[in-house]
Write a protein that binds this ligand. Sequence first.
Ligand SMILES: C[S@@+](CC[C@H](N)C(=O)[O-])C[C@H]1O[C@@H](n2cnc3c(N)ncnc32)[C@H](O)[C@@H]1O
Length: 222
Amino acid sequence: MNPSNTWNQVDQYIKKQLIPYDPILEEALANNHNAELPPYDVTPSQGKLLQLFIQMQGAKRVLEIGTLGGYSTIWMARALPSDGRIVTIEVDPHHAEVARTNLSLAQIDHKVELRVGDALDQLTRMDEEQAAPFDLIFIDADKPNNPHYLKWALRFSRPGTVIIGDNVVRDGEVANENNEDPRVIGVREFFDRLAEEPRITATAIQTVGSKGYDGFVIGIVR
Ligand SMILES: C[S@@+](CC[C@H](N)C(=O)[O-])C[C@H]1O[C@@H](n2cnc3c(N)ncnc32)[C@H](O)[C@@H]1O
C-alpha cells in the first residue's frame, strides 16, 4: 500500500475517534477553499495538538506568525482562558480578510489581534510598542525567515515560553545539505540557531498524515 494512503486513513481514523465534528472549523476550511487560499492549514490532529500544548502550558498570551485563514488560530484561541489573547501576523491582505471572517464565525475575534503586514516589520513594531512576553509562540510563515523569527521569538519570551516551528522536515529534505530550496535552507539555519542558542532547549518530531511527511520543532526557553 502507498504509505501516504495509510497516513491519510490513520489521520481520518484519529479525527473520527478523538476530534468531534465541528461545523465552524469545517466552514472555516470551506471558506479558505472558496477564497482560493493555499491548503497550508494545520491538520485537525495538529490543531488539537496545538490546543493541548496551550492547555498544558496554561498559556494566556500566544503569538502566531503566519495566520493564513485563521484555522490554527481558532484551534488555539479556543484553548485560551477568557482573558487570553493571541496576536497573529499575516502578510497577505486577502488571507487576512478571510481570517477575519473565520475568526468572527468562530466568535473568538475578541481574543485575537490580527496584524496585517510583513512579520519582520510587525515584530519590530511590537518591540517599539513594548509588547509583553508570550507564553507560547507558533512560527508558521515563510520558512526562509525562520532564523529571524527565532530571534524575535526569543525577544518576546520569558523563561518557560514554549516555541513551536512548523514544517521543519520538508519530506526529509532538511537532512539534505545540498538542497538549494530557500525554505530548506531556512529550516536548516533554524536548526543551526537552535543548536547554538543557550537560551532554549528543543527537539523536533517527524510527522506523517493527511498533509504528507513533515515535522515540527518544539522548545522551551530556559
Ligand atoms: C503555512 S501558512 C499558515 C497556516 C496557519 N498557521 C494554519 O495552520 O491555519 C503560512 C502563512 O504565512 C504567511 N506569510 C508568508 N510570509 C509572511 C511574512 N513575511 N510575514 C507574515 N506572514 C507571512 C502566508 O501568506 C501564509 O498565509
